[in-house]
Write a protein that binds this ligand. Structure first.
Ligand code: CIZ
Ligand code: SF4
Length: 352
């Protein structure tokens, strides 16, 4: 539906008043009405890098979710203020691993005698606390584009990996990209004593997968793939590695949001694509590629509800407040957390 013209005019006016003082970042999963005002679009990692590359911008308005704004705060300088237009824009996956739960897990690994041979690897989609834990214990952050390189590196440092918080990205990377078997992986459930695992199971495992998942990507099923192949003969199924293992196995191509965008750009006219990622991005891709048939992998799966919390009214309120010199919804990571989290992020940046 078209945006309210009054709100569009107000957003434009406030942005103009702020000039180069403000830099608006838009994640690929954001609404069109928000993306329209983004100075740059990207995945969470690209956006954090872009924020750091604009040290003159006083205000970074992060149109995305909470963990992304935290990462931007960690990677930008102290004078820059990161703002999240709606503080309720969290991420259910990031919320599945709390600092207390992960500390308890580390105690379980210590008791089993394996903590000192285990390297934590945390997906970008995690809170600053979890990234800090990872940095403190010699581990690295990863994205869906470099997860394999991060795991290769981690297995040079130790015998086992504790992968946080997305079990699917961890399993898909280990099994699909690195030739491990499903038996090499165990799932640590933070809601059960000892993660629901015996000491023997922990000692035998190579990949200890945290029991977290994305509430959007986790909903695509093997049936979604089978049905779309029937509905759209000759379709290429392209999914994000946050999807469940059987979905990734049944797909033709697997990759990060940036990979998905590039794959569509490179695809020949007339080709057919079923995409398993967030709906805002899939709809935008369909519009940008009218010469190709682009469909959503499963019509029963919906938007990321927290991504969608950032809407034009929230963006207008944020920009107008900043234009009046009032900083609202600032996301600030404390120094100790930030320093350890940065260590983990820098290990990722140094990956071969
Ligand atoms: O699922 C998400 O939220 C993703 C893929 C985020 C990102 O950009 O890394
Ligand atoms: Fe979190 Fe999934 Fe939404 Fe991404 S799409 S912000 S991982 S819930």
């Amino acid at each position: 539906s078209p945006s309210d013209p009054d709100l569009v005019a107000r957003a434009r006016a406030a942005k103009e008043r702020l000039g180069s003082k403000v830099f608006v970042l838009g994640h690929h999963y954001q609404r069109d009405e928000v993306i329209e005002f983004a100075d740059v679009t990207g995945d969470s990692f690209k956006l954090a890098q872009q924020a750091a590359a604009r040290p003159d911008a006083e205000y970074i308005v992060f149109c995305g979710v909470h963990f992304m704004a935290e990462s931007a705060d960690i990677l930008t300088n102290d004078a820059q203020q990161v703002v999240l237009p709606d503080l309720a824009a969290g991420c259910s996956m990031a919320d599945m691993a709390t600092a207390e739960q992960v500390a308890e897990c580390w105690d379980v690994l210590t008791e089993a005698g394996i903590a000192d041979v285990t390297v934590p690897v945390s997906y970008m989609n995690s809170s600053a606390d979890i990234k800090a834990f990872t940095g403190k214990h010699g581990g690295t952050v990863c994205t869906s584009s470099n997860a394999q390189r991060a795991l290769d590196w981690a297995f040079e440092q130790g015998e086992k990996v504790l992968f946080l918080p997305d079990q699917h990205l961890g399993r898909n990377t280990a099994v699909r990209e690195m030739g491990m078997s499903l038996e090499d992986c165990v799932v640590y459930n933070p809601h059960k004593p000892n993660g629901g695992l015996t000491v023997e199971e922990l000692r035998a495992a190579r990949m200890i997968l945290w029991r977290g998942h994305c509430s959007v990507h986790g909903r695509f099923s093997l049936q979604s793939v089978e049905e779309v192949r029937e509905r759209v003969p000759g379709v290429n199924v392209l999914v994000h590695p946050e999807c469940r293992h059987e979905v990734v196995k049944a797909a033709d191509h697997v990759g990060s949001t940036e990979y998905i965008i590039k794959a569509l750009e490179a695809a020949p006219a007339g080709s057919k694509w079923a995409i398993g990622t967030e709906l805002n991005l899939v709809r935008r891709l369909a519009r940008q590629h009218p010469d190709k048939e682009v469909v959503f992998l499963d019509r029963t799966v919906c938007f990321c509800s927290t991504m969608n919390r950032i809407d034009l009214p929230h963006l207008v309120w944020t920009l107008e407040s900043l234009a009046e010199g009032k900083v609202v919804n600032r996301i600030e990571v404390d120094k100790e957390t930030s320093d350890f989290a940065q260590l983990a992020l820098e290990r990722m940046l140094a990956l071969p």
